[in-house]
Design a protein around this ligand. Structure first.
Ligand code: PLP
Length: 415
């Protein structure tokens, strides 16, 4: 495609009309047809997030300390609320980032630099021990820092296997990971057992609560079975939790927390050998949208714990209804015990890739998991009204595949 950069600009109305027109080719996420990427709270939460984002549309959180104390104040409050929620001990700290991947990259950088400092070996490159279900962001971090990764098989319940993780770790292990929950199955890894191993072996344990961090405590409050997973466990060194997922804040917004200021200090990048003096950041990125900080602060203050509990109640009731209705499809099985709003389910007697193909033909973006072959959903409030149509279509596609539809299996793709 050859694109020209016009000499003359187009009128605003035309530009906006064109921009809206592009949406015609997008999947209908508002109708619940996209199983991931977008996370909706109630409309009033979306509205205050958007208003606060726009109020700080131009400010840059890179300059929070020197120019925008308002942003620094709001970020400190967001982090403070997180430390309160995640039982941060005295001296625990954290900061905001642009998303789960950045939070994870920074935690891995901190663990690497901590291991280098404690060994007195500035070139040390260790390994990361992950359950096979951990997010690829850890491998991305390892690729950036030239570290090796050991992915360890799960138990039959589709959670991390502490004994196998302990066996995979050695003197060169700089980080062990558990997910709350993992993306693929929505199962929560046994963080208490990993914490014990980490404490005994002196290994940094990172809890990837990117998906569940801002929902799990509220799910526990309303009586859902959520095991302890945060700094209340002594072996947890760092924890990532995304605000732009089940914190229902505008993108891009995540949080990364450390048990001590010393550990957080290891993530800092500081540089002084250029004409403009000291440059020190806690993030991968330099410039950061002020709107992301302001809107996270606004959404969290607007909702309070009670507001988050209400959303958790609604989302999990909807998830239960999906599980109930999907479970009524002959031979359909839920994978593991999903703790929050991401679920995987499939029939073992047919090719679930073919089911995905047929669902795509019916206008859904079919979420998939490769092992065991399954469909996947990450549910939030815009999926509520789609349930009947989705379950009906899954049932019809399963029946068609069972009757030998001849469909070609769809490849399993995340992004
Ligand atoms: C468990 C888990 N960790 C990390 C991430 C990465 O988050 P992001 O896409 O915000 O970088 C995801 C994304 O879905 C995730 O599911």
């Amino acid at each position: 495609m050859s694109i020209t950069f016009d000499e003359t600009g187009r009128p605003r109305e035309q530009v906006m009309a064109e921009l809206e027109g592009f949406r015609g080719g997008d999947a209908a996420w508002r109708d619940g047809r996209v199983p991931l990427y977008v996370f909706s709270g109630p409309p009033e939460v979306q509205a205050i997030g958007q208003a606060a984002f726009n109020a700080y549309f131009s400010e840059n959180a890179l300059g929070a300390r020197r120019a925008f104390p308002s942003l620094q104040h709001m970020e400190q409050e967001v982090i403070g609320m997180g430390l309160d929620l995640f039982h941060g001990p005295d001296g625990a700290c954290g900061n905001m980032t642009s998303g789960g991947t950045e939070s994870i990259v920074m935690a891995v950088k901190a663990a690497r630099d901590h291991s280098r400092a404690t060994r007195g070996d500035s070139g040390f490159r260790g390994n990361l021990v992950l359950p096979v279900s951990a997010h690829p962001a850890f491998d991305k971090a390892a690729a950036l820092m030239d570290l090796s990764v050991r992915r360890v098989p799960l138990t039959a319940d589709l959670v991390a296997d502490p004994a196998a993780m302990a066996a995979a770790a050695d003197g060169d292990t700089i980080m062990m990971v558990g997910s709350v929950p993992c993306f693929s199955y929505g199962t929560i890894d046994p963080i208490a057992a990993l914490s014990e191993i980490a404490a005994v072996q002196g290994i940094w344990l990172h809890v990837d609560a990117c998906v569940g961090g801002w929902m799990a405590p509220f799910a526990a409050d309303i009586g859902r079975p959520i095991p302890p997973f945060d700094f209340g466990l002594p072996g947890v060194s760092s924890l990532s939790a995304d605000l732009h997922k089940f914190g229902f804040c505008p993108k891009p917004a995540s949080t990364i927390f450390y048990r001590t200021a010393e550990l957080q200090q290891r993530q800092e990048f500081a540089f002084d050998v250029w004409p403009s003096g000291r440059f020190a950041t806690q993030t991968m990125v330099g410039t950061r949208p002020g709107g992301a900080v302001a809107s996270a602060w606004a959404v969290m203050r607007f909702l309070g714990r009670a507001g988050y509990r209400d959303i958790a109640r609604d989302v999990l009731a909807m998830r239960d209804a999906y599980l109930r209705d999907l479970g009524a499809i002959p031979s359909m099985r839920v994978r593991g015990a999903p703790a929050l709003a991401n679920i995987a389910f499939g029939c073992d007697d047919i090719d679930m890739g073919q089911v995905a193909t047929l669902l795509n033909e019916r206008g859904w973006i079919a979420g998939q998991v490769r092992t065991p072959p399954s469909l996947h959903l990450m549910l939030s409030l815009h999926h509520a009204d789609a349930r009947d149509a989705y379950v009906r279509d899954v049932a019809a596609c399963v029946a068609a595949v069972r009757a030998n539809s001849g469909a070609k299996a769809e490849a399993v793709t995340y992004a």
